[in-house]
Design a protein around this ligand. Structure first.
Ligand SMILES: C[S@@+](CC[C@H](N)C(=O)[O-])C[C@H]1O[C@@H](n2cnc3c(N)ncnc32)[C@H](O)[C@@H]1O
Length: 282
């Protein structure tokens, strides 16, 4: 099935339920940042390296909860949150309050109207998997960044391994045969469960337009001229922390190796990819 413009309208332009769910999550978090630890680490590291006065763009900011938190805690830089959805941005605008370093705008990152070279950092948390042509967004990120620009991207699907041992073998074979590619998915964008947990699951599982393996994502960034710094996964990290968090020294050491290794298959072995890249060699 090819996704038509109507689908995008159903998903993002008219789908108030989707943004209400995000707003509900924001209220439930009571002011804390709802980003996984590894992604947070990548974002903080990038923010800490910025010169005062730098401009940061969060694309696909939804209802603006993360960028609001960042603006409160990194007051030396200016943040702009952008999203294709007027509904999302209307919730986001209510969060600006007295923050002078925070703004929001409606913008399509596949065809942005923002100025070239205007930003030192772009953050994309759970956005690329929702785009009809994420490669256009990769090119737009490159255009929007200044020469010192960096990007931190988190994609919530498409890593490895697939389910179970055979899933892993299949993914590994694909990798060896260079058969990796982004795949179109068939979301229905419906959120209709009565139960809050069911609604959360529908939100997680029913809105991805494509699945992007981590190495494919990194290749696409390289193709437009980005230099990749690191990419890793994080869902497995939280699972491992749960399992081995109180484990013995050997288990913790193994977990460290798993998380920090730079060679395949370790840096691909998760469904979540976190990638950081810059326009120039740093
Ligand atoms: C899963 S939400 C992530 C929201 C936020 N980044 C977060 O982590 O809470 C994906 C967001 O991408 C936005 N989006 C989808 N297509 C877009 C596009 N072409 N340009 C900009 N934003 C887009 C959606 O409106 C939605 O708010």
């Amino acid at each position: 099935m090819r996704l038509s413009k109507n689908y995008i309208e159903e998903a993002f332009f008219k789908n108030r339920d989707y943004y209400e769910l995000m707003e509900h999550r924001y209220n439930a978090a009571k002011g804390s940042l709802t980003i996984e630890p590894v992604t947070k680490e990548f974002i903080f590291r990038a923010l800490e390296s910025l010169k005062p006065g730098s401009r940061v763009l969060e694309i696909g900011c939804g209802v603006g909860s993360n960028v609001k938190w960042l603006a409160e805690h990194f007051s030396g830089v200016t943040f702009l949150g952008s999203d294709i959805s007027e509904i999302g941005i209307s919730y986001a605008l209510q969060k600006v309050g007295s923050l002078v370093n925070l703004g929001f705008t409606v913008d399509d990152i596949q065809d942005s109207r923002l100025e070239s070279g205007g930003f030192s950092l772009i953050i994309a948390q759970s956005v690329f998997e929702h785009l009809t042509d994420y490669r256009k967004a990769v090119a737009e990120c490159f255009r929007l960044l200044g020469d010192d620009g960096k990007v931190v991207v988190r994609v919530g699907n498409g890593g490895r391994p697939g389910a179970g041992f055979f899933g892993f073998l299949k993914d590994f074979a694909k990798y060896l045969l260079r058969y990796n590619r982004a795949e179109n998915l068939n979301p229905t964008f419906v959120i209709n469960s009565e139960d809050p947990e069911g609604r959360r699951k529908q939100h997680m599982e029913n809105f991805d337009i494509c699945s992007i393996p981590s190495d494919v994502l990194s290749m696409d960034f390289k193709k437009v001229g980005f230099v990749i710094h690191s990419f890793t996964t994080c869902r497995e990290l939280s699972r491992l922390t749960e399992r081995y968090g109180n484990g013995n020294a050997l288990q913790r050491k193994l977990m460290d190796l798993y998380i920090n290794a730079d060679v395949f298959p370790f840096n691909h072995m998760g469904r979540v990819t976190v990638l950081s890249a810059s326009k120039q060699v740093l």
